[in-house]
Write a protein that binds this ligand. Structure first.
Ligand code: GAR
Length: 202
């Protein structure tokens, strides 16, 4: 059984999409072992609890400094012996030591067509830039900010009348498809990384 930890900061609709895919039998031999948030008020934690999944908060605010948080966070992650760590709207920088230790085992969903619009508020950046096509990316996490090898992307149109919310909602629909799909591919051991390129076995 593959052990997956999902890191969240907010509403958790991507977490829900993964839970639904597991429940529907689309992702097999996989359990969501733990859901961790930096934000005690994250609704994602409620979603996890409703599912009977261990849900906990570990916040940088509760530590003296970043190094202390990073160490505590990594120790907590280690406790669960995870095979895969999914950043599903997790807005905290992952400690370098954790990226090194879990190389190739951390994936992130980003609401832009990388390499465009890295960092915070990717949807706002896309709107301000005036792109006609936006989208989302699932990628492996490396030491950079949203720079790891790309696993899967989906595109959506940007409409003249779009607001931040309408564009973000259109992108989110695609996120809910590609993130569970990548978890499934991972669970089936169908991803191979070669430099920047990720091959998906058919
Ligand atoms: C999603 O749009 C995700 O791509 C984004 O946060 C949202 C979380 O939504 N992540 C980032 O911006 C990471 N840089 P959710 O909590 O409903 O899944």
């Amino acid at each position: 059984m593959l052990r997956v930890g999902v890191m969240v900061s907010g509403g958790g609709t991507n977490l829900q999409a993964i839970l639904d895919a597991v429940d529907a039998g689309k992702i097999t031999d996989t359990e969501i072992t733990v859901v961790i948030s930096n934000n005690p008020g994250a609704y994602a934690l409620e979603r996890a609890k409703k599912h009977g999944i261990e849900a906990l908060c570990i916040s940088p605010k509760d530590y003296e400094n970043r190094d202390a948080f990073n160490e505590a966070f990594l120790n907590k992650i280690d406790e669960y012996h995870l095979d895969l760590i999914v950043l599903a709207g997790f807005l905290v920088k992952i400690p370098a030591a954790m990226i090194e230790k879990y190389e190739g085992k951390i994936i992130n969903i980003h609401p832009a067509l990388l390499p465009a619009f890295t960092g915070l508020d990717a949807q706002g950046q896309a709107l301000n830039y005036g792109v006609k096509i936006a989208g989302c990316t699932v990628h492996f996490v490396d030491a950079g900010m949203d720079t790891g090898p790309i696993i899967m992307q989906a595109a959506v149109p940007v409409l003249d009348e779009d607001t931040h919310d309408t564009l973000a909602a259109r992108i989110l629909v695609q996120e809910h498809t590609i993130l569970p799909e990548v978890v499934k591919l991972w669970a089936e051991d169908r991803l191979t990384v070669n430099g920047r390129k990720v091959k998906i076995r058919k």
